[in-house]
Design a binder for this molecule. Structure first.
Ligand code: ADP
Ligand code: ZN
Ligand code: ZN
Length: 753
């Protein structure tokens, strides 16, 4: 065995268009190629028994071979391969970044980033076409009647009148089975014609030449970004403007400029906003250059869209966070609309945030990144303030209409006055008024995060953890628990603030509210939108378009109704239980509440008639509520960032949540305690750097499907310090013998566990 020189080894994946990537092979990197390769490089390797030359990608480099095979049997990399396309290399580099930043194996990261190759099942339209003269059909009917073949008779009768009938109509409405159709085909009465269905709604291949003349504010943004591009500056920008202020129009112009230079663009839009109406604008402007990916596509369909992108058949990809991984060869721009949306964070390992990955992709591909929002995430505005994002503002609403008049109703006073219903006197009388006038009403039930938080119905006090400034949640059996530190106490009987005994976990659902509306206003037509009424993918749009067509007076729903459409007929917005999302047990509760309320409040008065919004709350003085009522983002930001800075919560600092999973409680707690102690003792710099540790303790959801969960939080001003903890634990998990225990990492979590 040679001891001279340091051997370097590489993990190489051989075929990245394989069904799924499951295995890497270990190769030695010979000295003469060391300088020419790195992670993500495409290399030539001998493969298989015949040592046939093939191409592969390096996904990891180390001093020791990772394969447990005899070192002498490890083959050498032949050399770097010719660069054919950069798309894959960019994505592999991105996977390496994701692996490092969020924690997972390289294989998992690659499978997140690279499309799975699957054969697409062509969508087809089938038509039944009559092949014989009418006289013959009549004979056929006679014969079938004698034989009592009723289905055959039905279909043949239909063919007398129509030469062509859609297949699905025949099997559906006429209730004729496939074998019957087949047998008529055999007898020569008919043929089945198959045509391919189009991906893109037809008719938009002819592009619309019309575009509005950009306003001065819009023009300024487009030209400044263009100027940077000309000067080779690959910037990061933030467009801050309320809904209807013309952000999308700016995106479209930016994309058009990009296409003119022969480059491609990715536009991220949250899944819930990928409505037909919104997409139509892009189809009209860019025709079949546009493709869309979303969660309802099959793997095959998704792969097909990515293939088109790779081969240059399309130049614009629109979709939720996974659209980021479109393998464009020549990416020229990344745009993230509604950048504050939580859905940009992945909830499965690797738990990456699309915004952060987009910055990285922009860097790798040398493409500018543009973010837009009406209610910026604290993260983004923090970057704006630090000068890391260049801010542009759109200050005018172009859709007409005026901002609604917003009032806050204190529900504690309603209760004191004997009103025990969900509707305040004010909201009820405004509803009466609108129903009389035939104007529309939206009611938003802010239900998110209500699960389990407990409040005083007399003074609005939410019961909080004495150590963490986070509300306690009610667990089965009546104990209250803190999800951050594990503090627990019995059910509070008396309000710590006012002494009242009217303390309860608040529960109210859309269904109950719908019932009470029916009782109050029996004549009103109500549409309800929540998880139950939108199970099928069409349901959501169906409800929206019904309401837009004014087929109902009231649209009642959860946060789904807050996003998306403009309804010109709506002149009243009622927000029920506005503080419910404040009670949720994590540090982002105020931000989430502010965003939701601001969006909801702005829903009324989009048409010619002025609108009014009523916010019902138990905490009329809470800053998230008062600033939402005055639509004052910056006021809210100042207050919220002061809180985050004081508590060292993101974005003022970084936070790592480590979750431990396992079927045996004793083993699991031993693992979580052992691991965290070890990190504290052995990780260089843990003490000196001042890393803060909270926990370990039982997770909020302490057990799910017989798997126990433990959780520990770390806080530090830098992410690097936390990444070191992750790396240490990841490594230790491969070394110690764990039976069924698992560990997951979540940086700057959106929810706490
Ligand atoms: P946002 O994305 O900020 O909600 P949009 O780009 O959708 O705003 O613009 C809102 C409406 O105003 C759209 O109907 C759009 O067609 C229209 N609009 C945008 N820019 C202009 C402009 N410069 N002139 C006229 N109408 C415009
Ligand atoms: Zn109280
Ligand atoms: Zn606590």
């Amino acid at each position: 065995m040679s001891i001279a020189g340091k051997n370097m080894f590489a993990d190489v994946i051989v075929d990245i268009s394989h069904k799924s990537i499951d295995r890497a092979f270990c190769y030695r990197i010979p000295d003469e190629v060391k300088d020419q390769v790195g992670i993500g490089s495409k290399v030539r390797i001998p493969f298989g028994n015949g040592n046939k030359e093939r191409c592969g990608y390096i996904i990891a480099i180390s001093d020791n071979p990772t394969d447990e095979i005899d070192a002498s049997r490890i083959k050498d990399i032949l050399g770097p391969a010719e660069k054919s396309f950069t798309a894959e290399e960019n994505l592999i580099a991105l996977a390496a970044f994701i692996r490092e930043q969020y924690g997972s194996t390289m294989i998992t990261a690659l499978n997140t980033v690279l499309p799975v190759k699957k054969v697409i099942q062509k969508k087809e339209n089938r038509t039944i076409v009559s092949k014989v003269p009418v006289l013959t059909i009549e004979q056929g009917i006679e014969l079938a009647e004698k034989k009592k073949q009723r289905a055959k008779v039905r279909l043949l009768r239909e063919l007398l009148g129509n030469e062509r009938i859609s297949y699905s109509l025949v099997t559906g409405k006429l209730n004729v089975s496939a074998p019957t159709i087949k047998s008529l085909e055999k007898e020569g009465f008919l043929t089945i014609e198959v045509t391919e269905r189009e991906d893109i709604p037809f008719g938009f291949r002819a592009l619309s030449e019309e575009r509005p003349k950009l306003s001065d504010e819009q023009e300024y943004i487009v030209s400044e970004i263009q100027k940077d591009r000309k000067n080779g500056i690959c910037g990061q920008y933030f467009i801050y403007g309320i809904t209807g202020s013309g952000k999308t129009e700016v995106y479209m112009q930016l994309i058009e400029n990009c296409l003119k230079e022969g480059k491609e663009a990715i536009l991220l839009i949250p899944e819930i906003s990928l409505t037909y109406q919104n997409l139509l604008r892009f189809y009209r402007r860019f025709g079949n250059k546009v493709s869309v990916v979303h969660s309802k596509l099959s793997d095959g369909e998704k792969y097909e869209q990515f293939r088109k992108a790779k081969e240059g058949e399309i130049s614009i990809m629109i979709g939720p966070r996974s659209a980021l991984f479109t393998p464009f060869q020549n990416l020229g721009m990344i745009i993230i609309d509604e950048e504050h949306e939580n859905s940009y964070k992945s909830e499965t390992t690797p738990k990456y945030h699309a915004r952060e990955v987009a910055y990285k992709l922009g860097e790798i591909a040398n493409a500018p990144v543009v973010l837009g929002s009406a209610t910026p995430s604290l993260e983004s505005f923090y970057r704006v303030r630090k000068g890391e994002l260049r801010e542009f503002r759109l200050t005018k609403r172009l859709t007409g209409g005026t901002l609604p008049e917003v009032s806050i109703v204190d529900m504690k006073e309603e209760l004191a006055a004997g009103n025990k219903t969900v509707f305040s006197k004010k909201l009820k009388s405004l509803m009466e008024d609108r129903l009389e006038k035939g104007e529309q009403i939206m009611l938003f039930l802010n239900r998110r995060g209500y699960s389990g938080s407990v409040l005083c119905r007399e003074c609005g006090e939410i019961i909080k953890c004495p150590h963490c400034d986070i509300s306690l949640s009610e667990h089965r059996g009546g104990t209250l628990m803190c999800h951050y530190c594990g503090y627990s106490t019995g059910m509070v009987k008396k309000c710590p603030k006012c002494g009242s005994t009217k303390i309860a976990g608040f529960r109210a659902g859309t269904e109950q509210i719908e019932e009470s509306i029916h009782k109050m206003f029996p004549q009103a037509v109500v549409l309800r939108m929540d998880a139950d009424t939108t199970k099928k993918s069409e349901d959501y749009e169906a409800i929206l378009s019904k309401f837009a067509a004014r087929e109902a007076d009231i649209l009642l729903g959860t946060q789904m109704i807050v996003k998306g459409h403009d309804f010109k007929g709506v002149t009243l917005m009622g927000i029920l239980l506005a503080d419910m999302s404040l009670g949720s047990n994590d540090y982002r509760a105020a931000e989430r509440t502010f965003q939701l309320l601001t969006q909801a409040a702005g829903r009324a008065g989009r048409g010619d008639m002025p609108g009014e919004t009523v916010i019902q709350t138990y905490q009329p003085d809470h800053y998230a509520i008062t600033y939402a009522a005055s639509q004052d983002y910056e006021g809210f930001y100042e207050e919220e960032i002061a809180y985050r800075e004081f508590m060292e919560y993101p974005p003022a600092g970084h936070m790592l949540c480590v979750q431990f999973f396992g079927p045996d409680w004793t083993r699991l707690s031993r693992l979580s305690i052992g691991m965290t102690n070890e990190v504290k003792e052995k990780l260089d710099g843990f003490e000196e750097l001042g890393i803060k540790q909270i926990g370990p303790g039982k997770a909020a959801l302490g057990k799910k499907q017989d798997i126990y969960r433990q959780v520990v939080y770390y806080k530090h001003p830098t992410k690097e310090a936390l990444i070191r903890i992750k790396d240490y634990m990841e490594k230790r998990m491969t070394e110690i013998s764990v039976l069924k225990e698992q560990i997951q990492f979540d940086f700057d979590p959106m929810n706490t566990f």
